[in-house]
Write a protein that binds this ligand. Structure first.
Ligand SMILES: C[S@@+](CC[C@H](N)C(=O)[O-])C[C@H]1O[C@@H](n2cnc3c(N)ncnc32)[C@H](O)[C@@H]1O
Length: 241
């Protein structure tokens, strides 16, 4: 099937609207070259319209530490690194061939703030959880059917007031009723639906679902009512009083 994504266009936004919107959206020469490469080689990258939003978000938030799950050929990594050169970015991918291409683009972009890990992200995330490591911003763009399994781990890795963004949560509109090849996609669609149900029930997170690109799900760890100070540490309470 010839998906719009191979033209770097969304399946859920009308193409004429996206073309128009993209004329307002600056992308560096390296990013434009990656778009061309992805289109020619049919490698999935973040949609340019989503990249522009991601760039805006990261510029606003100014995270000091970013974890990316799903480097691919580096389009989203470079987007974040350009937007926030002072951030330490750690990006993980299990596909060595894609990482090779990504590293070439990173060199071209002259990035100094990106560390690449070639590994399954579940292992990396597990290690970080064991070490108590935290991130200000986490971007997840890996296999969509794995989102419900990354979900709680990602929450635990977020700093207070940290933000996580999951890409492709509307999955070409399939999760909202658009017809699709059930044999091929029903597992992914069902697991994404499960993920979208899970996130509705998080008391400690503000959840925003935006129809950007292929659907951005944004989770923001919120402060408890009355602020973090309202939390009483068990050492503050005397059992004798
Ligand atoms: C859609 S591509 C990422 C595109 C990239 N964010 C960009 O904009 O260029 C998804 C990537 O996630 C990687 N991936 C999927 N599941 C993974 C996992 N469990 N651990 C590490 N990498 C994973 C794949 O190898 C693939 O390169």
């Amino acid at each position: 099937m010839d998906f719009n994504r191979w033209k770097n266009l969304s399946e859920i936004i009308p193409a004429d609207v996206e073309f128009f919107v993209n004329t307002y959206n600056f992308r560096s020469e390296v990013l434009k070259d990656i778009e061309e490469f992805a289109s020619k080689e049919k490698v999935p990258i973040l949609l340019p319209s989503s990249a522009v939003f991601l760039k805006f978000l990261v510029k606003l938030i100014k995270p000091k530490s970013i974890l990316e799950i799903g480097t691919g050929i580096g389009y989203s990594t470079i987007t974040m690194a350009e937007a926030c050169p002072e951030a330490e970015i750690l990006t993980v991918d299990s596909n060595a061939k894609r990482l090779e291409v990504a590293e070439r683009f990173f060199q071209r972009a002259g990035l100094k703030n990106v560390a690449v890990v070639h590994s399954d992200a579940f292992g990396v995330v597990g290690d970080f959880l064991a070490e108590g490591k935290k991130f200000d911003f986490i971007f997840i763009d890996s296999v969509k059917s794995e989102y419900p399994f990354f979900n709680f781990k990602v929450q635990a890795l977020l700093e207070e007031r940290g933000i996580a963004v999951f890409d492709n949560v509307l999955f070409r509109g399939y999760v909202c009723g658009k017809s699709y090849d059930e044999k091929r996609y029903s597992r992914t669609v069902n697991l994404l639906k499960l993920f979208l149900e899970q996130v509705k029930e998080y008391p400690n997170f503000e959840v925003t679902l935006l129809p950007v690109g292929d659907g951005f799900l944004i989770l923001k760890k919120k402060a408890p009512k009355g602020g973090w100070k309202s939390y009483v540490d068990r050492n503050d309470v005397s059992l004798n009083s």
